[in-house]
Design a protein around this ligand. Structure first.
Ligand code: MSP
Length: 520
């Protein structure tokens, strides 16, 4: 089977600028795309913006701008932010794109023609933040648990999608495809929702109330419900129905979301696809929340951490590293500046940065920055080599399993292993003894080769740092490949390497901590 990988983020609402929560999902997607590129897969990475619905109209009003002007501006803010964060998406979809709107209408018409959409009346609790009706069971003290606001009572004539009739099909599908929703806790949560009767889904809004959305193709007095419109982005961006991209990448689709939007992705979306005669998505990967003070970071709750401010304060790759190292994919995680700074100083400035600069400094001093030819090999070299090859073995399944914190953990075992190897072999002592020159050559070669392994494995997480490290090691290929780690001995004796560099400056916590690190 062809090796392909398709990864998506949610398309983000444009009612405010991106914060650290959106940044996390987008960096996970970017890391996965770069990891599969490293493995030599053909990849496609999609992100974008969700621009219809009541909450966007309200935000535009608040900003005092016409809705279309407002969404153009805000969508551009997302797109520009991802460029600044070195996000390697292949496409950026907007739900106001003409091509997307056409596909939404095509799917609606198809489901309508098949008899799965009918006209009726609905009365219920509508949460504008979630842009959906909440069931009584979902409310906590009469409020939406995510937005902490009371839903509005709403009664309207609308179109409905016969979602309820697919309930048993979906339960069966999820049971037969344990790899569909991951981690397991979220599969169980969806099965929990499905153990209760499933209401049909209201998929329209009357134009008299909301004039901002995709018109229903079979009734021009209504626009499409924003979730029904938004979910379709995952296939409209691939040019569904006719384009090559769809046939290539839909069978290998991987959606990334946080648990806030599990219900639309775990229930509405597979049923919409089934009703439209399309295979459900291959994998739905669900992560937890970044919290501050135990509350979810979100725009609607007013707690925001600006990723660009963080980048300016601490550097992009340090932030990327922290987010991927600190959160266990699937669980919630607290965002704290203290932990961020501690990680930068300990893992990046100290363990990795010092290793890199001291290695390059020694090669400069002892061999005029030229990679020496290794000579006699001892048990110490055998041990380091088998450690590096072992880390390569462990890394791949951990990455495929989205266990990023563990993948980084094994890379750091190697970082620490090389640091220990240097301390044990003490090249500075070898350099003082003319009879130990051969040994010194081997130690330096082994150190540099280990750094090639480390920088290659780090490339999905910290692309700029990895590229910088590889270039310094005299490796000119711009895109590292995983298969180069099948063998020990990739760096070539005689090659000139770069001058010692500081990869990650230490954050001085003694000086003016508050002013320097105020990020929210
Ligand atoms: N527009 C919908 C998604 C439609 S997809 C067809 C939406 N947008 S959103 O702007 O609210 O983004 C929600 C997503 O942003 C979450 O699922 C997650 O990917 C990310 N996050 C937002 N806040 C987050 C945290 N506090 N923590 C982790 N991720 C967070 O829902």
């Amino acid at each position: 089977m062809a090796k392909r990988f398709y990864v998506t983020t949610p398309i983000y609402y444009v009612n405010d600028k991106p914060h650290i929560g959106h940044t996390y999902t987008t960096i996970v997607a970017d890391t996965l795309k770069r990891f599969y590129d490293l493995l030599g897969y053909e990849t496609f990475f999609l992100t974008g913006t969700d621009e219809h619905g009541e909450k966007i109209v309200e935000a535009a009003k608040k900003a005092g701008q016409p809705t279309d002007v407002y969404v153009d501006k805000m969508s551009a803010v997302f797109e520009e932010t991802w460029v600044k964060l070195n996000i390697s998406n292949d496409a950026f979809i907007r739900t106001t794109d003409k091509g997307h709107i056409k596909v939404v209408q095509l799917i609606l018409q198809r489901i309508y023609d098949a008899g799965d959409i009918y006209f009726g009346t609905y009365e219920g609790n509508y949460c504008i933040g979630c842009e959906r009706f909440l069931t009584a069971r979902e409310l906590v003290d009469g409020k939406c648990p995510d937005h902490k606001s009371e839903p509005v009572q709403s009664k309207e004539e609308n179109y409905f999608f016969r979602m309820g009739k697919y309930r048993t099909w979906l339960i069966e599908y999820i049971r037969k495809h344990p790899e569909f929703i991951r981690p397991e806790r979220y599969r169980n949560e969806v099965l929990g929702f499905l153990s209760e009767p499933l209401d049909d889904l209201c998929i329209s809004r009357p134009k008299s109330r909301l004039n901002w959305g995709v018109p229903l193709p079979f009734d021009e007095n209504f626009v499409t419900y924003v979730w029904f419109d938004a979910l379709i982005n995952y296939i409209s961006a691939l040019g569904y129905p006719e384009k090559v991209l769809f046939h290539k990448f839909w069978p290998v689709a991987n959606h990334l979301i946080a648990k806030d939007i599990l219900k639309p992705h775990g229930i509405y979306w597979p049923i919409m696809l089934k009703a439209a005669g399309i295979e459900p998505c291959h994998h739905l990967h669900v992560h937890g929340y970044w919290n501050i003070d135990e509350g979810k970071i979100s725009k609607s709750l007013g707690k925001v951490i600006d990723p660009l401010k963080l980048k300016n304060l601490f550097g992009l790759d340090a932030i990327r590293y922290f987010l991927m190292r600190e959160m266990v994919f699937g669980l919630d995680c607290n965002f704290s500046e203290e932990i961020l700074i501690a990680r930068i100083n300990a893992d990046l400035a100290n363990d990795l940065g010092n290793l890199f600069s001291r290695s390059l400094t020694m090669v400069k001093k002892y061999f005029e920055s030229t990679i020496p030819q290794p000579e006699t090999i001892t048990e110490k070299e055998e041990a380091l080599k088998s450690m590096a090859l072992g880390v390569v073995q462990d890394y791949q399944p951990l990455m495929k399993d989205l266990s990023f914190h563990k993948a980084l953990g094994v890379i750091w075992e190697l970082v620490n292993g090389v640091n220990k190897y240097i301390d044990d072999t003490a090249p500075w002592a070898l350099a003082k003894d003319r009879t130990k020159m051969e040994r010194l050559k081997t130690v330096m070669y082994w150190t540099l080769e280990s750094l090639r392994f480390i920088s290659t494995l780090l490339s999905p997480f910290m692309p700029e740092t990895s590229q910088k490290m590889l270039a310094q090691l005299g490796i000119k290929e711009p895109f590292p490949k995983f298969h180069t780690l099948n063998v020990w001995g990739g760096i070539r004796p005689g090659t000139k390497i770069g001058a010692p560099t500081i990869l990650f400056p230490r954050i001085d916590t003694s000086r003016n901590l508050n002013a320097k690190t105020k990020v929210s």
